[in-house]
Write a protein that binds this ligand. Structure first.
Ligand code: ATP
Length: 235
């Protein structure tokens, strides 16, 4: 149905061994939306993304994508449905060139961006095509990490703290790229600790604490909640 969200997460529980870290996450993302998970270090944001990709071994509850239950699918099957994660540690090959990194996306399905399309979004990656991953600046590495997942054909992008450790001017460039991806029709779930940055690009925000969603804030209400959020996020 048209009203069905693209992604719906219901009572998602997650464990690392005996350690119970997700305690019933509930949220949804509609097609074309840019939604954030905001929360302190250790709140469970990365673990939630790992669960969505099938990378967290112990997970229960329900995750539907395009109406289809994915809770027990393997990561590759989830990738083939059109989800991809850009992990916090970026996941690029340090010893391979930019061009080579772009030839090695983790999953391939129809609709992946061509090299020309990637270069259109990230002109800097064309200039740096022969440089190795470990010769790139932090911002360039982040651009390459995002570019790799665009090559996969994914339509739903999970971006885990893409701005972490980057200078403000580079954060602004990453924000422009993410906005461009939304304009191109990608649906995006973004993990952030910097809600001021998140507010410049997102439609809605879920606040995560101790493995559950404790609040949903539409973007136009974020500044009105700034004081409370700052306390909450410990910033
Ligand atoms: P961060 O910004 O630090 O990534 P986060 O909100 O993404 O924070 P998670 O990384 O999902 O938080 O961590 C949630 C909880 O799970 C934390 O208590 C963390 O210590 C624990 N945890 C994370 N990874 C593991 C692991 N591999 N083994 C055991 N516990 C883990």
């Amino acid at each position: 149905a048209a009203s069905e969200p693209l992604l719906r997460v219901s009572n998602l529980q997650g464990h690392y061994g005996d350690s119970h870290v997700l305690h019933g996450m509930n949220f949804e993302v509609r097609e074309g939306e840019l939604v954030t998970l905001l929360g302190r270090n250790g709140a469970g944001k990365t673990t939630t993304m790992r669960a969505l990709m099938g990378l967290l071994n112990k997970r229960t509850g329900s995750i539907t994508f395009q109406g289809r239950e994915t809770i027990s699918l393997l990561p590759e099957a989830i990738g083939r449905l059109g989800l991809a994660i850009c992990p916090e540690e970026r996941g690029i090959f340090a010893s391979l060139s930019v061009a080579e990194n772009l030839e090695l996306p983790p999953v391939l399905r129809p609709g992946g961006l061509t090299l020309a399309e990637v270069h259109d979004i990230f002109p800097r990656l064309k200039e740096r095509a022969r440089s190795r991953g470990n010769q790139l600046s932090g911002g360039e590495q982040q651009m390459l990490a995002i570019a790799r997942i665009l090559r996969t054909g994914a339509k739903f992008l999970l971006l885990d703290e893409p701005t972490e450790g980057l200078a403000p001017v580079i954060v602004e460039q990453i924000g422009a790229v993410i906005t461009d991806l939304k304009r191109r029709g990608f649906t995006i779930l973004l993990v952030e600790q910097n809600f001021h940055f998140a507010a410049t690009i997102a439609d809605r925000h879920y606040v995560v604490e101790d493995g559950t969603v404790v609040d949903m804030i539409p973007n136009d209400q974020i500044e009105a909640n700034a004081g409370r959020l700052a306390t909450f996020l410990g910033v």
